[in-house]
Design a protein around this ligand. Structure first.
Ligand code: COA
Length: 282
């Protein structure tokens, strides 16, 4: 089955985010980059923030060529005061913050009994602490403004668990609960907080950290009932959709985008094999 390759910005009206200001952590690579491209193409001023600004260069060049309004900021989301200062500065320069995308993450596969305290701490502090620091400081401005959206990236193993990623799964479970808690706290103030839970999609970060070899990638692919990975554009399209006014009444939700992987249906009897000819209707 081939993916539908439509640029994510064509799924929504062309001025969906015109005049708005967005901050995307980890916005220079992978899913963060695709979300940033979509937001900018749909009219938003987009600030991307991550530790290594060298990762921002491609987006800055593309933005210049496309006439998009963007900026590149250095941020380690593990530093609470850095998150506060960056967000305060952004609001001071632009007068408001419409959207926060908590996309920065760290992950790798490691059996739990071999995971060092430092490794546990590294992932928890990026994923759980970093999401809270940015959410809180963006939330302070959004509460004053009386509007805003926040989008968190989790994973289905936040509720299913998954061998090899106890650090990431525990952190993402926290982020999922944070999503619902903040959504309930802030709904009366016009702030929507949602999450997406993508299944496997092709990105350099995921390839390097989660399926480093072709054999592992193929094994994972066979377990996806739809028989393929998502494209990064497909996942980004759903993120933009959740942030858009089309979802004005949606808050505290988590949209699963995994081709059916977390349903487990393909695995129970057929070990991830897709139906063959004998399974077709007779
Ligand atoms: N397996 C086991 N332990 C690992 C590991 C792996 N693959 N990668 C890192 N660690 C451990 C390190 O050994 C260290 O622990 P130690 O001091 O006990 O040896 C600890 O994790 C911190 O590693 P370090 O590289 O010093 O931290 P960092 O802050 O520079 O990196 C990570 C953070 C580990 C999360 C790193 O993978 C990262 O920055 N990733 C960002 C990109 C990413 O993962 N994106 C998500 C793609 S799905």
């Amino acid at each position: 089955m081939s993916p539908i390759l439509v640029p994510q910005s064509q799924w929504l009206p062309s001025k969906t985010f015109a005049g708005q200001v967005a901050l995307v952590t980890g916005g220079g690579t992978g899913l963060g980059l695709e979300i940033s491209r979509g937001l900018a193409a749909l009219g938003a001023h987009v600030a991307i923030a991550s530790r290594n600004q060298a990762h921002h260069q491609a987006f800055l060049e593309e933005a210049q060529a496309q006439g998009w309004s963007v900026e590149s900021l250095a941020l380690d989301v593990r530093e609470a005061s850095a998150c506060r200062d960056l967000i305060d500065g952004l609001v001071e320069r632009h007068g408001k913050l419409d959207h926060l995308v908590n996309n920065a993450a760290g992950n790798f596969v490691c059996p739990s009994h071999r995971l060092s305290a430092n490794a546990w701490r590294a992932v928890l502090s990026i994923v759980l602490d970093g999401t809270f620091y940015c959410s809180k400081h963006a939330g302070i401005h959004m509460l004053r403004q009386g509007f805003g959206t926040q989008l968190n990236i989790v994973a289905t193993y936040a509720w299913t668990g998954m061998p090899g990623v106890v650090h990431s799964a525990s952190a993402k479970a926290g982020v999922l609960t944070m999503t619902k808690t903040l959504a309930a706290e802030w709904a009366p103030y016009g702030i929507r907080v949602n999450a997406v839970a993508p299944g496997p999609f092709a990105s350099e970060g995921a390839k390097g950290n989660l399926w480093p070899d072709d054999e592992t990638e193929e094994r994972i692919r066979r377990n996806v009932p739809m028989g393929r990975f998502a494209t990064t554009q497909e996942v980004a399209a759903q993120c933009l959709w959740l942030m858009s006014p089309a979802c004005a009444y949606v808050t505290g939700d988590c949209l699963t985008i995994d081709g059916g992987l977390s349903l487990g249906a393909g695995r129970l009897f057929a070990d991830g094999q897709r139906p063959g000819k004998r399974d077709e209707p007779r």
